[in-house]
Design a binder for this molecule. Structure first.
Ligand code: FMN
Length: 337
């Protein structure tokens, strides 16, 4: 029986793929590659935004970019506000492009930044796309954090219309609801990263950082990654949806892709693996995740990622209940043939 622990898991223990004992496929036929942002990726994975902006972390971005290049996956740099304010630390972001000149590299800045800042962040790293982060819960948990959140949508719309590259709206761990994603679609956003609950928990981190008692506060708010992903998919909008928040393995990744996400972003787990600063360990871990994804695809009989999205997916437990109560129709996933 599951115990109600905090932090909650991301909901993917409620998601099941249906095993195919007669896949009529060989493992070496299974293809995890895809085209994304006009480039080719070996696997639908993203090292999500984490760092930059201090001389000490230049090495981290160098290593993350090298690993992204070697494993053929995408990478986002951390918030570039520091680099926009201080030219001395710009190289802590640029290093990622130097190390991976042909790979997919994504810029990152707050959804409240100006269009000029957004353009500068993009050109700083010759980015293929720009992530705009939404982090209301994190800001509220920081005693020095922002308290004014009005005007975000109009600002996002300005950036989307002026950006030379696609703009990805992302949460950082509390999820995007169907209503939020609808508002984003209505202003022309074509890429979202649901950044759901169940992985890195910035409320907890900020409370711990400032020595305050957390005691499971705000546990009743936030949308798990599974719920957020399926809510966003239920809009059936012309959207590229990235799933992130608490992913740690190839089978979870396969479930998110089977549901319909284009890519899966991972931050906290990669940071944990890289805590010793050794690229080899992270490289091996990513290869492991890709191998597990490939094996899982074979076990469902999917030869490639488009076929994986046609395989049945069973949604159970809390996730099914949440979606039922939100009026999201889920039988279409289990009824796939
Ligand atoms: C150490 C760390 C730093 C992060 N910094 C940023 C950031 O600068 N900008 C951003 O958009 N997200 C940032 N994130 C959030 C991640 O990109 C991701 O959205 C979130 O951690 C959820 O994914 P996870 O559960 O795999 O960690 C950071 C996460 C971590 C762990």
């Amino acid at each position: 029986m599951k115990t109600a622990q905090y932090p909650v898991e991301n909901g993917f223990s409620d998601i099941y793929l249906v095993y195919e004992a007669l896949p009529e496929l060989d493992l070496n036929q299974v293809d995890t590659s895809l085209d994304f942002l006009n480039k080719k990726l070996k696997a639908p994975l993203l090292i999500n935004a984490m760092t930059g902006g201090h001389p000490d972390v230049k090495q981290v971005n160098r290593s993350l970019a090298r690993v992204a290049s070697q494993t053929g996956i995408a990478m986002a740099v951390g918030s570039q506000t520091a680099g926009l304010e201080d030219s001395e630390v710009r190289d802590t972001y640029k290093i990622a492009r130097d190390e991976n000149p042909d790979g997919i590299l994504i810029a990152n800045i707050s959804a409240f930044a100006s269009s000029d800042m957004a353009k500068e962040a993009i050109s700083m790293i010759e980015a293929d796309a720009l992530q705009l982060h939404l982090n209301v819960a994190q800001e509220l948990a920081m005693s020095e954090g922002d308290r004014k959140f009005s005007g975000a949508l109009a600002n996002i719309e300005r950036i989307v219309h002026q950006s030379p590259v696609p703009v990805i709206l992302k949460e950082v761990g509390f999820g995007l609801s169907r209503e939020t994603v609808r508002k984003l679609c209505d202003i022309g956003v074509e890429y979202v990263d649901v950044g759901g609950k169940g992985g890195t928990d910035f409320i907890k981190i900020e409370y711990m950082r400032s020595g305050r008692d957390h005691n499971g506060k705000f546990k009743n708010i936030g949308i798990t990654t599974a719920c957020s992903l399926i809510e966003a998919l239920s809009l059936e909008a012309p959207l590229n949806i990235i799933a992130s928040g608490g992913f740690t393995g190839g089978t979870d990744v396969a479930c998110a892709l089977a549901l319909g996400s284009k890519l899966v972003g991972i931050a906290g787990h990669f940071l944990e693996v890289f805590s010793d600063g050794l690229e080899q360990g992270l490289n091996e871990r990513i290869d492991d995740i890709i191998n597990d994804l490939r094996n899982t695809m074979l076990m469902t009989g999917a030869v490639d990622l488009p076929e994986l999205t046609e395989k049945p997916v069973i949604i159970t437990g809390f996730t099914a209940e949440w979606l039922l109560r939100r009026g999201v129709e889920i039988s279409r996933y289990s009824q796939r043939k």
